[in-house]
Design a protein around this ligand. Structure first.
Ligand SMILES: Cc1cc2nc3c(=O)[nH]c(=O)nc-3n(C[C@H](O)[C@H](O)[C@H](O)COP(=O)(O)OP(=O)(O)OC[C@H]3O[C@@H](n4cnc5c(N)ncnc54)[C@H](O)[C@@H]3O)c2cc1C
Length: 473
């Protein structure tokens, strides 16, 4: 890139790539996971390192343009792009380096979880990451990050050792327990509000590479009794056992009995994150619940298990979801869940029930921004469809799920599953005290709210609001 082709005002030492409207790559680069989102940045910056990110931040601040940051692009709320602002597309920063002796992974800001796991699994190591390979390390970790390994090793952000951050004033700083500890508290669950994280250092744990894992499927007619049996079993099972339920429409796959294809079923993803032989004994009682129709649980590479759910979430489809922390899973909650799961509005729509707890719940709630650790179940309606004509019907089903489960909710939200930046929902991601602390961190690191293309924690000063309203195109 020559100085002449740089946008006026961009630092001459910039080494990355610039993409503008009209360029060949523009449309493919601005596309995000959720097909509901169609925003047109005025400039896309693909950095070659932290200093290029700083150049982009300085450029945006100098032109009073909003900044969006993209890693995996999975934000259902469409927050990894911007209308008219500067998009910093971190996918140009992919490197993952593993120190197997120290059990630390150094990961650049644009890596996806599949890319991360590929490198760490070469050494039989892993950290809790996305339950799908295509989710970005960035948004997932900064918002908290519940993965298959969470019951045994906590949230993704619990495993952060430090991060490098480009701040709103264009500096590159480290944040860890010892260096800028308040910033480190905020980025672990507070989202991308405080700066652009250009690299992560994660603690790693021995996992696999072969684990006992897979998928079980029952007819939806058995849902209530199987779910009750699952709850009773997992509540006293070891943390190595990780499971999630999904009510979904059985796909026409060779492993699905023909009489189930096209009908609602109860599926269970199962992972035993320890010795595969111990896993056989631990998982067996789950296979004895009801009349299991599909049993694909077997020893397999951890990376194969991580990729198993990928076909359930194709990029570009229209998406709308929420995440509901539950106070518990009594008979009423099970009945509501099973009834909703039999009324799925389309074949790609799913009603997920996660079980967390274990190591997630053992971290003190005030240790970092990530919150609601005492809620061990989460209901997650995921509506996916292709024709915009169906949008209202799918959104209505997701909202109906929330209304039906309402008596069982804690009231807390999980920002990574929020479909828009409704301020009340963002606040509900944290206790009042923790939200006040996040605002104080925002005041210290981004008082003008340059980083507002996210589930925004607004700084306490009001002036930036008026200024941005005038400046935003
Ligand atoms: C198919 C699918 C599966 C999912 N599975 C899970 C799951 O199992 N568990 C779970 O907890 N969540 C899950 N999620 C939700 C996921 O955690 C969020 O969508 C998360 O935001 C995705 O991160 P990303 O990097 O892919 O997203 P992006 O859309 O790229 O980023 C999301 C937000 O984070 C900001 N951001 C990203 N990187 C940075 C950075 N380096 N610095 C500053 N800000 C940054 C963006 O600006 C944006 O506001 C899933 C989502 C999808 C679509």
């Amino acid at each position: 890139m020559t100085v002449e082709t740089l946008p006026p005002g961009m630092d001459a030492s910039f080494r990355g790539q610039i993409i503008r409207p009209g360029d060949t790559d523009y449309n493919a680069t601005r596309a995000v996971f959720n097909g509901m989102v169609d925003k047109r940045p005025s400039l896309i910056v693909r950095p070659s390192g932290s200093l290029d990110v700083a150049d982009a931040v300085n450029y945006a601040r100098g032109h009073d343009l909003p900044v969006a940051v993209r890693c995996g692009g999975h934000s259902v709320a469409g927050k990894s792009t911007t209308e008219g602002g500067v998009l910093i597309d971190l996918r140009s920063l992919k490197g993952v380096h593993v120190d197997p002796v120290a059990r630390i992974a150094y990961c650049n800001g644009g890596a996806l979880w599949g890319e991360f796991d590929r490198e760490t699994q070469a050494f039989g190591l892993a950290t809790p990451g996305g339950r799908m390979t295509t989710t970005g390390v960035g948004g997932f970790t900064l918002g908290g990050g519940y993965g298959w390994l969470s019951p045994v090793h906590g949230l993704a952000c619990d495993n952060l050792v430090s991060v490098d951050v480009v701040t709103a004033d264009g500096r590159v700083v480290i944040a860890s327990e010892d260096i800028n500890p308040e910033l480190f508290w905020g980025v672990r669950g507070g989202g991308g509000d405080f700066g652009v994280v250009t690299s992560y250092r994660f603690r790693l744990h021995p996992v696999g590479p072969i684990v006992r894992a897979g998928l079980l499927i029952w007819s939806a007619t058995e849902a209530e009794s199987v779910i009750a049996g699952w709850r009773d079993y997992v509540e006293q099972a070891p943390d190595e056992l990780s499971t999630a339920l999904g009510m979904l429409v059985a796909p026409p796959e060779p492993f699905v009995p023909t009489d189930l294809v096209g009908k609602p079923v109860l599926a269970m993803f199962v992972l035993y994150a320890g010795d595969p032989d111990d896993g056989m004994d631990c998982i067996e009682p789950l296979t004895k619940l009801g009349n299991v129709q599909v049993n694909l649980v077997e020893p397999m590479p951890y990376t194969t298990f991580q990729a198993m759910p990928d076909p359930m979430a194709p990029a570009g489809w229209l998406n709308y979801w929420r995440g509901h922390h539950l106070a518990g899973l009594d008979g009423g909650a099970i009945d509501a869940y099973a009834a909703l799961g039999r009324e799925l509005p389309s074949a790609m729509t799913q009603l997920i029930m996660f079980r967390h707890g274990g190591a997630v719940s053992r971290v003190a709630d005030d240790a970092m921004a990530a919150s609601h650790r005492d809620a061990v179940y989460m209901m997650h309606p995921i509506a996916q469809w292709q024709d915009p004509v169906d949008t209202a019907r799918h959104r209505a089903w997701v909202e109906r799920c929330g209304a039906a489960i309402e008596p069982h909710l804690t009231g807390g939200t999980y920002i990574n599953f929020e479909p828009d930046d409704d301020e009340a929902k963002v606040r509900a991601g944290y206790s009042a005290d923790k939200y006040a602390k996040l605002v104080a961190i925002k005041d210290a690191w981004d008082p003008d709210n340059l980083f507002r293309e996210n589930l925004n924690i607004k700084p306490s000063g009001a002036d930036h609001e008026r200024r941005h309203q005038r400046a935003t195109p």
